[in-house]
Design a protein around this ligand. Structure first.
Ligand code: SF4
Ligand code: MG
Length: 319
């Protein structure tokens, strides 16, 4: 399998009042060409930040980012611009992420203009093709975002992301803000497009149920660290990390609406803060099986079963 993106010991730390927020803390992760890598964790765990680091919007505090075998120096504006053509993002909130003063056509066309793609006539044709591709049509091109429903707006956001023919797309909780009734439509659309266009996805979600269907592999994040990484099947069949187990036990509800979310507080312990995380395991304060060692030293991600990684002192390699 060809690696499209390699994150090598990447950190993204922010100085905040009260200390250092380690949104992404020493993460190494490969994303293979043509796969969907699911990235799951509670809000505030750093998954959106990691997505933005992977697509070059946030230069890492330390560590390296490789794209198609080449190390990217994102301090260089030309490199950033070149990479921006390869990597795109679909945002969580289709209401906030589309400029209300622009027509659908100009929203979708903008990236092509910036990257000097095609002449005006061909760009217009591409806009129509992209609208069809996402389940809309050319009649929608001259309208404004407020004339559309949430699901339709997300389709416009998807068309915009696809317009410059990227290879890699970060889907940052693309259905969380949508009505439950249309969530599966958007998931299916993304899945179809990924297959059809041979795209590579980093698919961010807070719910393991959502990523199960769409992901080849899944990474579980907790307070800035990847704590478990496995193929989708193996993660569900042999869940290893206590946090992943808690996440799974917390999602018996097929209804991911806001109302249902309120009732899934199964994890106990202090609400963790990503600021000044503890010296030992970040999960120690909430882990039902934590021991002294957990409070002393940080567990590293180790391969436990073939292709299945876990960062927990109590999970010993089987291989
Ligand atoms: Fe729990 Fe310790 Fe494993 Fe952390 S290292 S998940 S605290 S058992
Ligand atoms: Mg987020």
């Amino acid at each position: 399998n060809e690696k499209l993106i390699v994150l090598d010991d990447v950190c993204k730390h922010f100085k905040v009042s009260g200390g250092m927020l380690k949104a992404v803390d020493h993460i190494s992760l490969d994303i293979y060409k043509g796969e969907t890598l699911g990235l799951v964790g509670e809000s505030g765990c750093g998954k959106s930040t990691l997505g933005r680091v992977a697509m070059g919007i946030y230069p890492a505090t330390s560590g390296k980012l490789y794209y198609a075998g080449e190390e990217l120096n994102l301090k260089n504006a030309a490199t950033r611009f070149k990479y921006a053509k390869k990597a795109q993002i679909i945002f969580q909130d289709p209401y906030a992420s589309l400029d209300p003063r622009m027509t659908v056509s100009s929203i979708i066309e903008e990236g092509m203009v910036i990257h000097g793609m095609y002449d005006a006539k061909r760009r217009q044709e591409r806009v129509y093709e992209l609208l069809e591709l996402v389940g809309l049509n050319k009649e929608h091109a001259n309208r404004f975002p407020h004339e559309f429903s949430g699901g339709q707006r997300q389709r416009i956001g998807i068309a915009r992301a696809l317009a410059i023919e990227p290879e890699f797309i970060v889907c940052d909780e693309p259905i969380s803000a949508l009505d439950v009734s249309i969530q599966s439509q958007i998931i299916n659309l993304l899945h179809d497009l990924q297959q059809q266009l041979g795209l590579t996805f980093l698919f961010i979600a807070h719910d393991l149920n959502i990523v199960k269907y769409i992901s080849d592999r899944i990474a579980v994040m907790y307070l800035g660290n990847v704590v478990e990484l496995a193929s989708s099947d193996d993660l569900y069949a042999h869940t290893l990390h206590p946090y992943s187990k808690a996440l799974l036990s917390a999602v018996p509800i097929p209804d991911p609406s806001a109302e249902a979310q309120k009732h899934r507080q199964i994890l106990s312990g202090d609400v963790p803060s990503p600021i000044n995380t503890p010296k030992g395991c970040n999960f120690a304060g909430r882990c039902p099986v934590a021991c002294d060692k957990c409070r002393e030293s940080k567990p590293q991600l180790r391969e436990i079963r073939p292709g299945h990684f876990c960062a927990c002192h109590l999970v010993e390699p089987e291989i």
